[in-house]
Structure formats: structure tokens, C-alpha cells
Design a protein around this ligand. Structure first.
Ligand SMILES: Nc1ncnc2c1ncn2[C@@H]1O[C@H](COP(=O)(O)OP(=O)(O)O)[C@@H](O)[C@H]1O
Ligand SMILES: [Mg+2]
Length: 256
């Protein structure tokens, strides 16, 4: 279960409802994430998982309820200010610059939170280089640092993007289906990478792939029709007939 439940939560989603033209994609949903937690969000298609992430990052506004981050209400802040508070989301589509090599992509990401003059300066500071090296190690891309991002395998490109997203050390990292389109081996490596990120960052992962979720070995929240349906370990949820019925009973459909 979450590691530091005794302290204040880092992310506190409080009773939010999100409507699209009267349709409630999220209904009275509450969710708490503590610093350094690794948490998984699952649920059938249309359950509201992506909408929840959209609400946390400020792309979508709750009709009622609020989102607190580090004790501050963020659900009325503009998206860029929420990002600046330390919440980063990696989207399904990779955002790497294909013509640059792996190392230069990471350099840009390390400098992205600096002012524009600093990032235009050709001289990179030693501590920035050290951070780039750290990110190369973390993502397992040290040997591939001189390769153009456009030449990377699908999995490698995803790891590069995770490296770029964590470069400014966000306190909360949101990953929506990070293993989509990956081979089994890439999926296993991604689980390892995400486990290495937890502790340093709180990480909230959405994924359909039950094998991947099992490898993450983290508490799972099941969303259904815009509400929290269950929370627990994957093993417990697998034995829950109601969860089986709404979700795990249809693993093939969900995995594709
Ligand atoms: N921008 C939008 N406008 C209208 N309906 C939306 C919008 N975004 C999501 N929805 C609807 O909200 C529900 C939840 O969607 P989503 O959060 O994408 O689910 P999930 O990620 O769990 O598959 C779905 O019924 C979807 O059709
Ligand atoms: Mg989704």
C-alpha cells in the first residue's frame, strides 16, 4: 500500500465531478497519492482514466470538487502553472525531436525549465551534463546516446521520452499507457524503469496490460463509470468477482 500514508498527501483529488455537455465522465471521485508513491489506475475503456489525468494537469476543469497538490488548490490554476508546481504528464505519442540524438534530446529537456537565454547558450554546465548522464543510466540508453532519436526502436523512444519528462524532477509523474505497442521484453524493462523512478517521484500509471501491472507490484485503483470502484493489490482485485465482471473478465479486449 502507499508508503507514507501518515503524512500529508502530495496529490489530493477531492470529490471531483467532470462533465462533458452534461455527461459525467467523472463523478464524485477522490484519490490521494503520497510523495514517492507508485500507483496504478486501471478500468475499462471510457472509465474516465484519461479524463482524470487531464483534470490533474488542468487541461480539463472539474464542475465540482477540487484538486490539491502539496496542500495548494491547483484545479483553478492555468495548465502551465500546474506543470511548474511539479506535475508532468507523458502522453502516448512520443514528443522527442527525431533529428537530434538521444543525448541532445536529454540536454534540451534538462535545460527546458531554464530561461530561454540559458537554453540558447551553446555551453552546457557540468551539472547539466551530470544530470544528462544520470538520465541516460536511468533509461538504459547510455550506449545509444549518439543515435538519432528517429532511429530508435519504439521502446527506446518511449524510455527517452520518460527521461525527458523526469529531467526537471517533477514531484508527480503521470503516465498514460506507457507500454502501448511495446514487446514483452520492452514492457518488462519499462516496469523496471518506472519502479526505479518511484521514491524519487510519485508516479501514477494507467495501463491495460495486466502482466505489466503485475510487474509494477503497486497498489491498484479500479475506475468504473467515472468512479473509484475498488482499490487494492492486483492479486486481491483478481479474486474480486465484481472487478472480474467489469474489467478483468474481459482481459483480451482490454489488452488490445
Ligand atoms: N472531450 C470530451 N468530450 C466529450 N466526452 C468525452 C471527452 N473526453 C472524454 N469523454 C468521454 O468521457 C468518458 C471517459 O473517457 P476517458 O477518460 O478517455 O476514458 P478512459 O481513459 O478510461 O478510456 C468516455 O465516455 C468518453 O467518451
Ligand atoms: Mg484513456
Amino acid at each position: 500500500m502507499p508508503s507514507e500514508q501518515t503524512g500529508a498527501p502530495l496529490l489530493d483529488v477531492r470529490d471531483i465531478t467532470v462533465s462533458f455537455d452534461g455527461f459525467k465522465a467523472i463523478q464524485n471521485l477522490s484519490l490521494q497519492v503520497w510523495p514517492g508513491d507508485l500507483r496504478v489506475l486501471i478500468g475499462p475503456n471510457g472509465a474516465g482514466k484519461s479524463t482524470l489525468l487531464d483534470t490533474i494537469i488542468g487541461k480539463v476543469r472539474p464542475a465540482s470538487g477540487e484538486v490539491q497538490f502539496g496542500g495548494e488548490i491547483i484545479s483553478r490554476l492555468p495548465e502551465y502553472l500546474i506543470a511548474r508546481r511539479g506535475i508532468c504528464r507523458k502522453f502516448q505519442a512520443p514528443g522527442v525531436l527525431e533529428s537530434l540524438n538521444v543525448r541532445d534530446n536529454l540536454r534540451l529537456a534538462v535545460r527546458s525549465d531554464k530561461d530561454v537565454f540559458a537554453s540558447l547558450s551553446p555551453k552546457i554546465r557540468p551539472q547539466e551534463e551530470a544530470r544528462v548522464n544520470e538520465l541516460l543510466t536511468l533509461t538504459g540508453l547510455t550506449e545509444r546516446q549518439d543515435v538519432q532519436a528517429g532511429q530508435l526502436a519504439h521502446g527506446e523512444k518511449q524510455w527517452l521520452e520518460i527521461g525527458m519528462v523526469v529531467a526537471p524532477r517533477p514531484r508527480l509523474l503521470l503516465l498514460d499507457e506507457p507500454t502501448a505497442g511495446m514487446t514483452a521484453q520492452e514492457t518488462a524493462q519499462t516496469a523496471e524503469l518506472i519502479r526505479a523512478l518511484a521514491g524519487q517521484h510519485a508516479v501514477l500509471v494507467i495501463d491495460h496490460d495486466m502482466h505489466f501491472v503485475e510487474l509494477l507490484a503497486a497498489p491498484v485503483t479500479v475506475l468504473h463509470q467515472g468512479q473509484v470502484f475498488r482499490e487494492g493489490s492486483l492479486a486481491t482485485l483478481r479474486d474480486d468477482p465484481d472487478v472480474m465482471e467489469i474489467y478483468l473478465g474481459r482481459p483480451k479486449e482490454a489488452a488490445d
